[in-house]
Ligand binder design. Structure first.
Ligand code: ADP
Ligand code: MG
Length: 728
C-alpha cells in the first residue's frame, strides 16, 4: 500500500494525546491568565522589596540592572520556577533564522563535596555564552571567533515552557557577538523602539509636556492553514518546504465563499481551545479566532501590546501552535502560500503609538487640540511611508512572501497608504487651509481647533491596501505569515523615528523665524501632505489599473525578493539606520547577506525537491498508468478492435508529451541551477535563482498538474488538493 493510501486510511483514526501538565479546561480565563509567567505579582512575591523596586525601575527606564539586584532576582526567579515544577533554565532568544533558540541548563549543580544542590546565580541570569557559530551571522563572525552571548532582556518577563514531561524556565534574551554586534532580531527592534520613543516624545512636547514616553504598539493577526498529519506526511513538499510544489486545483476551492467566518470544524476548535489555553497561561492575550477565506485557513489575534512584547508573544504563539497541532494529529502551515490558486496567509501588523499618559496618538479623538496632535502623527506616518516605501517593501521580502504579494487577495508589492475617503478629505482641506462643505459628512471646519471628531466607523475597510489606516492605527497587511515581526517593525519604527526628527527640525526652524507653534506645525504638515500625496491610494490595490497608475506616480513595484533586499544596501538606508542607532553598517550588510543566503537555500531546496518528486513519484506512476493504456491498445488490436484502440492512442501521446516536457524542463532547471552557482556574488546567484531557476517551477508543475487530471486516481502518488483542503 502506498504511503498516500495509508494516510487516507489513517485520517479518521487519530487519538488525541492529552498529557497536559496544567489542566485549565472549563476554568475562567482570569484564573489562569499568565499562570506560567514571572510577572509583576510573582516578582513582588518572590523578590525582596528593594530588589523588586530596582528591577521595576530598570524595566521602565531601560537602565542597567546592578549585580546585587540580579542575584536577588535570580534567586526569586528560581524559587518561583521550582515551586512550579521547573528543573531547567534557558535563555530564549531570536537569532537571524527568524525562529527562536534555546539552550537548556539544569538548576542542579554538584558542590565540592559531591552533594547535589539547586542553584541559579545573577550572573547566569544575565549572561549565557553560546558557542553558536552555527547561527547565521552574515559574515559577522568567522568560526574562529565563534563566541556569542545571550543577555537577559528584563523588558520581557520570564516564563515557563511546558512539555508533557516537564518545565523549563525561559528567560527572554538578546543575542550579540563577542564584539558587541547584534546577531538577533530583538536587539535592533529594541533600539528602534528607543529611537522612536525619543523622537515621538520630543514632538509630543509641542502638545503636552507631561508626556515622557511614547511606545509603539502592535496587535498582530496570525493567519495559518490546518491539515491532517497523515496527509501532511504524505506530501514531501509540505514536510520540507511548507508549501505544495505540485497539485492541480480542486474542483471546489474557495469560490463558494463559504469558509470565511463559518463555524469552525470541531476538531480544529478542540485544537484552538488547547493552544489558546497554553497561550493564555503564558500571558499571550489571545482573544479572537475565526475561519479565514480559504478552506482550512484560520486566524487568531491577541489584544495589542508594546511592540517588543507582542513580537515575543507572536514567536511563542507560532511555537505553541506548532506543538499543540502535533498533539492533535494536525499540522499548522505558517507558510505564506501553501496552496496555489487560493489565498495565502499574512500576519497583519496593527501598529500605533501610545503615550505614557494613556493616549493613542493615532486616535483622531474628540478633543480639538488632540486633533492637531493626531494630524501631526498621521501625516508624519504617511510622509515616512512616502520617503521610505521601498524599505518597508524590503522589510517583508522573503521567499514565501514572494508568492503572495500581488497574488490572490494579497496586497501588491507596491507600497501605498489607504486613508479612507473621509480622512483624505480632511487632509485635502487641511492642506488648502479651507473650510469645505461636505454634504454627506456634515460640515468640516478645518480650522485646526475645530476638526470634527472622526469615529472609527468613518474609515471604511480596505482589504486590498498594504498599509491602510483602520480608525485608530495603521495595519501593515503585507507582512508574511511565517516571519518574525521584529524585522518589519524595526524598519517601520526607524522610518517613523527619523521622520519625526525631521519634522521637529522643520517646525523648530519656522518657530525660530517667529511663527507660532501652531502655525509652524500647520505649515510643515501642509507641505508634507503635498509632498507625500502620491503614496495615498484609496482605490482597489488588486486592480491592473493601479499597477499602471502607481508607475505613473513613480511608486516602485519591486517584485522579486533579491531586488527588494538590495534596498537595505542603498546609501540612504544605511544613513537612516546608522543615524538612528539601530544598525551599524556591518550589521546591516550582515543581515542583507543572511537574507540573500536564505533565499538561495530555500529556492535550491524547492528546486531539488521538484526534481526528486517528479523523478521518483510522479513520472514512475504516470509511466505505469501509461503502460496500462498501452496494454489496453494492444489488447484491443488483438481482438480486432482497431477503431476503439485509436480512441485511446491520443491519450498515450498526450501523456508522453507532458512527460517529455517535464523531463526537458527538469534538465534545463538543473543546468540553470548549476550555472547560477558559478556566479561569484551571492546577490547575483540569488537574482539568477529568481529569474533563471524559479520560472521552471511553474513550467514543471503545469505539466505535472495536467497529468494529475489524466492519470487513474490509484496511480497518483500525492494527496490531491481536494483532499488537503476538504478532509478535516
Ligand atoms: P480585524 O480582523 O477587524 O482587522 P482583529 O480584531 O482581528 O481586527 O484584530 C485587530 C488587532 O488590532 C487586534 O490585535 C487589536 O488588539 C489590534 N489593535 C487595536 N488597537 C490597536 C492599537 N492602538 N495599536 C495596535 N494594535 C491595535
Ligand atoms: Mg485584519
Amino acid at each position: 500500500m502506498s504511503m498516500r493510501s495509508e494516510s487516507l486510511l489513517k485520517i479518521n483514526a487519530h487519538k488525541k494525546d492529552s498529557k497536559f501538565l496544567t489542566n485549565v479546561k472549563d476554568k475562567p480565563i482570569s484564573e489562569y491568565f499568565g499562570k506560567l509567567v514571572f510577572g509583576p505579582d510573582k516578582i513582588k512575591k518572590y523578590i525582596m522589596r528593594e530588589a523588586y523596586e530596582s528591577l521595576m525601575h530598570s524595566i521602565e527606564t531601560g537602565e542597567k540592572i546592578d549585580d546585587k539586584t540580579a542575584d536577588f532576582v535570580a534567586v526569586g526567579m528560581r524559587n518561583w520556577a521550582m515551586d512550579n515544577g521547573a528543573t531547567h533554565f534557558s535563555h530564549w532568544f531570536q537569532p537571524l533564522t527568524g525562529k527562536t533558540a534555546e539552550k537548556h541548563d539544569a538548576f542542579f549543580k554538584l558542590d565540592g563535596n559531591g552533594n547535589v544542590i539547586e542553584s541559579f546565580t545573577g550572573e547566569e541570569l544575565i549572561k549565557q555564552e553560546t558557542d553558536g557559530s552555527s547561527f547565521p551571522t552574515g559574515g559577522l563572525r568567522g568560526t574562529s571567533q565563534a563566541r556569542g552571548y545571550t543577555i537577559w532582556d528584563p523588558s520581557s518577563y520570564a516564563f515557563l515552557m511546558e512539555s508533557s514531561y516537564g518545565k523549563t524556565l525561559c528567560i527572554p534574551a538578546i543575542f550579540i557577538s563577542y564584539t558587541g554586534e547584534s546577531l538577533d532580531l530583538k536587539t535592533p527592534l529594541l533600539k528602534s523602539i528607543y529611537a522612536l520613543d525619543m523622537a515621538a516624545t520630543d514632538v509630543c512636547k509641542y502638545f503636552n509636556t507631561n508626556i515622557k514616553k511614547v511606545t509603539p504598539t502592535l496587535g498582530w493577526e496570525q493567519e495559518y492553514f490546518i491539515i491532517d498529519e497523515a496527509l501532511f506526511n504524505a506530501r514531501p513538499d509540505l514536510v520540507l518546504c511548507g508549501r505544495t510544489l505540485f497539485g492541480n486545483a480542486s474542483a471546489r476551492g474557495q469560490q463558494l465563499e463559504d469558509h470565511y467566518f463559518a463555524s469552525i470544524p470541531e476538531r480544529v476548535q478542540d485544537f484552538m481551545h488547547d493552544f489558546e489555553d497554553d497561550c493564555l497561561m503564558m500571558g499571550i492575550p489571545i482573544r479572537t479566532r475565526h475561519n479565514e477565506v480559504a478552506p482550512t485557513q484560520f486566524e487568531c489575534a491577541p489584544i495589542f501590546e508594546t511592540v517588543n512584547i507582542a513580537a515575543d508573544h507572536n514567536q511563542l504563539l507560532m511555537e505553541i501552535i506548532d506543538k499543540i497541532a502535533k498533539r492533535h494529529g494536525l499540522r499548522a502551515l505558517m507558510h505564506e502560500k501553501p496552496y496555489a490558486g487560493i489565498n495565502g496567509s499574512g500576519k497583519h501588523n496593527n501598529w500605533s503609538l501610545a503615550t505614557d499618559t494613556g493616549k493613542n496618538l493615532l486616535n483622531p479623538g474628540a478633543n480639538p487640540e488632540n486633533n492637531l496632535q493626531f494630524l501631526t502623527f498621521f501625516v508624519n506616518v504617511i510622509k515616512s511611508i512616502h520617503s521610505h516605501g521601498d524599505l518597508l517593501r524590503a522589510s517583508i521580502a522573503t521567499v514565501g512572501n514572494e508568492h503572495r504579494l500581488g497574488a490572490n487577495e494579497a496586497p501588491p508589492a507596491i507600497i501605498s497608504v489607504y486613508t479612507g475617503e473621509f480622512l483624505a478629505k480632511i487632509l485635502d482641506d487641511f492642506k488648502n487651509g479651507t473650510k469645505t462643505e461636505n454634504t454627506n459628512l456634515g460640515t468640516l471646519d478645518i480650522n485646526l481647533n475645530k476638526i470634527a471628531t472622526i469615529t472609527k466607523d468613518d474609515t471604511d475597510r480596505n482589504r486590498t491596501s498594504p498599509f491602510p489606516f483602520t480608525g485608530n492605527r495603521f495595519e501593515f497587511r503585507a507582512v508574511g505569515s511565517s516571519v518574525n515581526v521584529s524585522n518589519p517593525m524595526t524598519v517601520l519604527n526607524t522610518m517613523m523615528a527619523d521622520q519625526l526628527k525631521q519634522f521637529k527640525a522643520d517646525v523648530d526652524e519656522l518657530i525660530e523665524t517667529g511663527v507660532s507653534i501652531e502655525g509652524s506645525i500647520t505649515k510643515v504638515l501642509q507641505r508634507y501632505i503635498v509632498e507625500s500625496e502620491n503614496v495615498i491610494f484609496n482605490g482597489n490595490n488588486y486592480s491592473e489599473d493601479w499597477v499602471q497608475e502607481a508607475e505613473s506616480r513613480g511608486l516602485n513595484n519591486i517584485k522579486s525578493t533579491p531586488e527588494a533586499l538590495e534596498v537595505f544596501l542603498r546609501q540612504e538606508s544605511q544613513d537612516l539606520f546608522i543615524e538612528n542607532g539601530v544598525f551599524t553598517e556591518s550589521e546591516l550588510i550582515a543581515r542583507y547577506n543572511v537574507s540573500i543566503e536564505e533565499y538561495i537555500k530555500k529556492i535550491e531546496i524547492e528546486s531539488l525537491l521538484i526534481e526528486e518528486i517528479s523523478n521518483t513519484q510522479i513520472i514512475p506512476n504516470v509511466v505505469q498508468f501509461q503502460n496500462v493504456l498501452i496494454g489496453n491498445v494492444q489488447n484491443l488490436m488483438q481482438i480486432g478492435m482497431e477503431n476503439e484502440a485509436n480512441v485511446i492512442r491520443p491519450t498515450i501521446t498526450r501523456i508522453s508529451n507532458h512527460l517529455s516536457n517535464m523531463m526537458s524542463n527538469i534538465g534545463a532547471m538543473r543546468i540553470a541551477r548549476e550555472e547560477s552557482h558559478t556566479l561569484l556574488k551571492e546577490s547575483d546567484i540569488a537574482k539568477a535563482f529568481n529569474s533563471q531557476v524559479k520560472p521552471y517551477f511553474d513550467k514543471i508543475r503545469k505539466d505535472a498538474d495536467s497529468l494529475e487530471m489524466m492519470v487513474d486516481d490509484q496511480h497518483w502518488p500525492l494527496p490531491k488538493y481536494r483532499e488537503l483542503l476538504f478532509l478535516n
